[in-house]
Design a protein around this ligand. Sequence first.
Ligand SMILES: Cc1cc2nc3c(=O)[nH]c(=O)nc-3n(C[C@H](O)[C@H](O)[C@H](O)COP(=O)(O)O)c2cc1C
Length: 318
Amino acid sequence: MRLGGVDLAGNLLLAPMADVTNLAFRLMCKRYGASLTFTEMISSDAVVHGNEKTFLRGMTCEEERPFGVQLFGHCPETITAAALVIEEMFDPIVIDMNLGCPSPAITNAGCGSALLRSPEIVSDIFRDLCENVNTPVTAKIRILENMDDTLDIANRLEEAGVCALTVHGRTREQGYQGFADHRYAKRIKEELSIPVIANGDVKDGESAKRILEYTGCDGLMIGRAAMGDPHVFYRVSRFLENDEVIGTCCEQRRDDLLEYIELLEKFDLMTHVNMKAHSQWFTRGLKDSRRMRMEMGSADSHVSLVECIRNMCGNNSE
Ligand SMILES: Cc1cc2nc3c(=O)[nH]c(=O)nc-3n(C[C@H](O)[C@H](O)[C@H](O)COP(=O)(O)O)c2cc1C
């Protein structure tokens, strides 16, 4: 798949996820075959105000490239100003704009999925961005209640000059409930000439193949299925290549979690969220995961957490 003037090695992308897609986690996904990774969404206001913590979110390294940065915001001038800072500092292959976040903290400020209700502002934002920024721009949308309104947004984005569009097949009201409706991505793919990426409920090789074939989309974006399981990119790739079904086991997760923690240390990203929340996700679906989670939850230092992880499979490996 070609995106932002770059030939990607494949067509599986890691979704931007707040508090999840830190650099260490993105690198793990890259190592397992994600062709493009995205930072967590970054506030364009915070970038323009020079907020240092915000800049940490855009931090990358050579091994991760190519990578994308996602911004959110509301005001066209601020978004463009932030994008100019981001391209200068981090040189991503694309700058993605968030038109999907349903969180009231974001939508009450007119950002994220709130923008989908203001098609004129969407056109203004993307015209301004695409005209003034050197980096190719992409957009990530949710669907609206009806096809025509969703197609209107998609067409506006293409007209303004975005180089690709990701479609999460849920409405803002759905949040993360129910199923993603991929009829929208299919229809948008038929209508637009830029690459379209389908997003929502890609969990494994079978769902990936079904959604790719049904929608005819150029690529797939994987979100929640990767949380605590970056290996999912390897399993999905192998299935798409030759229908091969690869399992996962406790030892695999343990080793991945240890590697992830080493990367957190290397990049000085050892925050509570990056350590504890991720550790819990890495036990999801494993036999005896309740016990593992309790032990990890009560670890009172980095050293004891790592010790817990080393012992996490015990004699109960799947
Ligand atoms: C914890 C979490 C954080 C998220 N943060 C973002 C974000 O920063 N930007 C964004 O565009 N979408 C965000 N999303 C939405 C995902 O990118 C994706 O669209 C959604 O999870 C559907 O894909 P999935 O079914 O593969 O998870 C987030 C989702 C989750 C679960």
